[in-house]
Ligand binder design. Structure first.
Ligand code: ADP
Length: 337
């Protein structure tokens, strides 16, 4: 995004204090991001204020002064020290007006928001209504934001899934069962597909692959029945198909010869100490957010493409245009024969 030089100076001169918040679903690595944003901002001469509980803290005025020590000893911790929340009030113009008034009263000139699709959507709307420079960081285990190869928390969640599925594998092979393991993803199949590759699962049932064909039927007809007497299938959560429970119900009715079991990994996928990959990603993206503000950029999300930092317009980040790597879908099939 190119901004005229004069305008850049204007932005830079006007930003003295940066507010930071984490919002929506928590993701491991958010703390590493908070630390990077805070320290890079202070290093560059900005004041920093921490906003508690996402957009809710802006509305309820839970804003605290942040110093370098405020973010000591947190890089290794899961969750977010700023807490997070879903805040329906921020979806209303009145809620956003209160948020803006509180922000200005606290002396905050710019925001860094860390979260997923909803958080970036909220930031975009807020920035359209009020003259606030905002930079977003992709903080979600789902990896469903466009314009970035990965999101903060995705790698850690993937590792958690891998450990859990490795354990299930022992019992699955002992009992000749069909195991449906439901993973998170907010209707995106990145965790399921990559989890399937990492664990050697027999299949991944993901929304991106259902272009009209019945993935369960294909699995049973082509893979499972032929050569295997037990299988682990990673299933992306999906209200349309009912996820793992929905598939198990179908097996009971349509393929009663199979003993189908369901494991829903649920919230344990969000927890734990962030992986090295997520800590490094969060540190780089957090520092890049301050660079973006210094350069006069606004309404962009920091992202990573082929190892390089990129600035992704909010509109693109939330466009749901990210393409699933079709080779990986094929890879699961090939490697599960
Ligand atoms: P995530 O950021 O993990 O996708 P949510 O979808 O719950 O999580 O969004 C987090 C918060 O972002 C919401 O609780 C709300 O405060 C704000 N938000 C989401 N969508 C909008 C919207 N359309 N308008 C304003 N704020 C929104």
């Amino acid at each position: 995004m190119s901004i005229p030089k004069n305008a850049r100076h204007k932005f830079m001169a006007s930003i003295k204090c940066i507010g930071i918040l984490t919002s929506g679903g928590d993701a491991p690595g958010m703390n590493a991001a908070i630390r990077a944003v805070t320290r890079t901002a202070i290093y560059n001469g900005f004041h920093v204020k921490g906003i508690m509980r996402g957009y809710r803290g802006l509305i309820s005025n839970e804003i605290i002064e942040y110093h370098s020590e405020s973010v000591s000893n947190i890089i290794q911790k899961g969750g977010t020290i700023l807490k997070t929340a879903r805040c329906p009030e921020f979806k209303t113009p009145e809620g956003r007006k209160t948020a803006y008034d509180n922000m200005k009263a606290a002396g905050i000139d710019a925001l860094v928001v860390i979260g997923g699709d909803g958080t970036i959507t909220g930031a975009r709307i807020f920035a359209e209504e009020y003259d606030v420079p905002i930079v977003g960081l992709p903080g979600t285990i789902d990896n469903d934001l466009s314009g970035t190869d990965s999101t903060i928390g995705f790698d850690t969640a993937l590792n958690t899934i891998m450990e859990a599925v490795d354990k299930l594998r022992d019992t699955a092979t002992s009992h000749e069962r069909l195991f449906f393991v439901e993973v998170m993803g907010h209707t995106a199949g990145y965790l399921a597909l990559n989890g399937a590759i990492a664990t050697g699962a027999e299949a991944a049932i993901i929304p991106e692959a259902s272009t009209g064909d019945d993935q369960l039927k294909t699995l049973i007809d082509n893979g499972f029945r032929k050569s295997k007497n037990s299988a682990i299938v990673l299933v992306a959560e999906n209200p349309e198909t009912g996820g793992a429970m929905g598939l198990a119900e179908r097996v009971k009715k349509e393929y009663p010869q199979y003993d189908a079991r369901v494991t829903i990994l649920g919230h344990l996928q969000r927890g734990g100490s962030p992986s090295a990959v997520d800590r490094i990603l969060a540190s780089r993206l957090g520092a890049a957010a301050i660079t973006a503000l210094k350069e006069g950029q606004r309404n962009v999300m920091t992202g990573i493409r082929n190892g390089e930092i990129v600035y992704v317009p909010f509109s693109l980040a939330i466009s749901h245009t990210k393409q699933m790597n079709r080779d990986n879908i094929e890879l699961v099939k090939v490697l599960s024969i």
